[in-house]
Design a protein around this ligand. Sequence first.
Ligand SMILES: Cc1cc2nc3c(=O)[nH]c(=O)nc-3n(C[C@H](O)[C@H](O)[C@H](O)COP(=O)(O)O)c2cc1C
Length: 320
Amino acid sequence: MADLAVRLGGIPLRNPLLLASGIWGESGDSLAGAWAAGAGGVITKSIGSESRRGYPNPTVETYDRWGLLNAMGLPNPGIEEYPREIAAARAQGATVIGSVFGSDAGEFARLARRIATTGVVAVELNLSCPHAEGYGTEVGSDPADVERIVRAVTSEVTLPVIAKITPNTSDPAGLAAAAERGGAAAVSAINTLRGLAIDIRLRRPVLAHGLGGLSGAAIKPVGLACVWQIFERVKVPVIGVGGISSAEDVLEYVMAGARAVEIGTAVTFDGIGVFGRIARDLSGRLDELGFARLEDAVGTAHPARGRPAGAPAGNGPTEA
Ligand SMILES: Cc1cc2nc3c(=O)[nH]c(=O)nc-3n(C[C@H](O)[C@H](O)[C@H](O)COP(=O)(O)O)c2cc1C
């Protein structure tokens, strides 16, 4: 059976399948449940300085099986309350990555310093939520801001720092390069795509907040294109996120350049069993494709990095 273990910016993972931030990660027990179901690691929901209730309902609109539109508004209990959930997850053996969101470099650094004391193996910076005023995309769209925030965090904590990049920009690879300059150990891409749904009978947006973020199968091609471009631009490992619900999806991301992936919306549609199912299928698919280790498949769809002899040339994504 192919070896699924990977190292990610110094972090050893038993497999590359991470629970994405914000889905199923409210409590220590739910994080531990994802771990028990076979995830290689679990990422907490994004935690801020103070507790936030988030936006009023409705906060989620579901599109059959191809997508979710959400505007939760980053609900969380705040950095002083949440560590007990991390402790509960770790007590059940989980490898936990802490996600934080802030409004500027100083706030990110304070949050990262605090969460680094909880036993997490890495810190992911939410520089990319598309619907929270003053946070996420609003502080993560300018490369200079991204570099400043990441540098402030990496000079404050010794743990690996993962910068989560927004797709709501013309140059996601430029943001990833800025994160790398700031000292990020890895970058993850993508967060949700800004989106909107209208209730034509009520003549108003479906979500109470109006604008939301689209996730799920619909965004997979966008996530793949971002990972592809980022892989060509940076040296640090890339974590692929967006619309993954099968081993084939994982392999697409891996061949585009991802060393690990995050899975979110598929948990909502298929349940937490997705992790075990995908891990099993992934080993089988790697065997069929002749890869002894998942790491050997990273980036192999890029022309210079191992497309099999005789495979048709020029079928990779191109830049217009
Ligand atoms: C309901 C919901 C809540 C989310 N909350 C967060 C969050 O707190 N922090 C974050 O970085 N990303 C958050 N995300 C984005 C996901 O982590 C992920 O980047 C995105 O959904 C794309 O992956 P997917 O298609 O597998 O869901 C959230 C997504 C959803 C659907």
